[in-house]
Design a protein around this ligand. Structure first.
Ligand code: GRF
Length: 197
């Protein structure tokens, strides 16, 4: 049975593009929606040009009323018949009110080797801590930030002279390999974790 996948993003969507490109042939998933909180997000522009359905809910009019923002997102998903959600560079925190009903059907990619470096500025923090390796993690989304069962990790070396930007670029390359591999398994109901290399 084909799983209808929604991808949430806030920016350029390089991970979204990798996921969309992977959902072909006998892949159990298909891109059904690209969602953003930002109408100007590069990922929204790209998805529209590909003929993929898009929805945008700007978070700003909702102010601090996260529940109202999330209720609007949930309502916009309904017509698209979404089975799975992939967060991919989505920069808004989702509360338990939204995450709860999607438990077990929503995954995220985070640019660190969780449980290390939850939150933001992961590469700068890893460098400041003198880490010899870094990487990315795909995990099931639970109400706790950057927590939840790990479905995959990819490791990269930290190299002499690395800056947050050079390390981010090295990690991002691996994100584009790892996330599609994890989604393919997850969409088939297989939760065995993938570890690269
Ligand atoms: C990446 O660092 C990714 O790990 C995080 O958001 C950043 C941008 O991702 N989830 P993308 O290029 O918009 O997919």
């Amino acid at each position: 049975m084909t799983r209808r996948v929604a991808i949430f993003l806030s920016g350029g969507g390089s991970n979204m593009r990798a996921l969309v490109g992977s959902m072909t042939g006998d892949h159990p998933g298909r891109p059904a929606l690209v969602f953003s909180n930002d109408a100007e997000a590069g990922g929204i522009v790209w998805a529209r040009a590909q003929g993929i359905a898009t929805e945008v809910v700007d978070h700003r009019p909702f102010g601090t009323d996260r529940a109202a923002f999330e209720a609007e997102i949930a309502a916009r998903l309904v017509p698209h018949g979404i089975d799975l959600i992939c967060l991919a560079g989505f920069m808004r925190v989702l509360t338990a009110g939204f995450v709860g009903p999607w438990a077990g059907r929503m995954i995220n990619i985070h640019p660190s080797l969780l449980p290390k470096y939850r939150g933001l500025n992961t590469h700068a923090r890893a460098l400041a801590a003198g880490e010899q390796e870094a990487g990315c993690t795909v995990h099931e989304v639970t109400p706790a930030l950057d927590d939840g069962p790990i479905l995959g990790q990819a490791r990269v070396p930290v190299l002499a002279g690395d800056t947050p930007e050079t390390l981010a670029a090295r990690v991002l390359e691996q994100e584009h390999v790892l996330y599609p591999l994890v989604l393919r398994r997850f969409a088939a109901g297989d939760r065995r974790a993938i570890f690269l290399p």
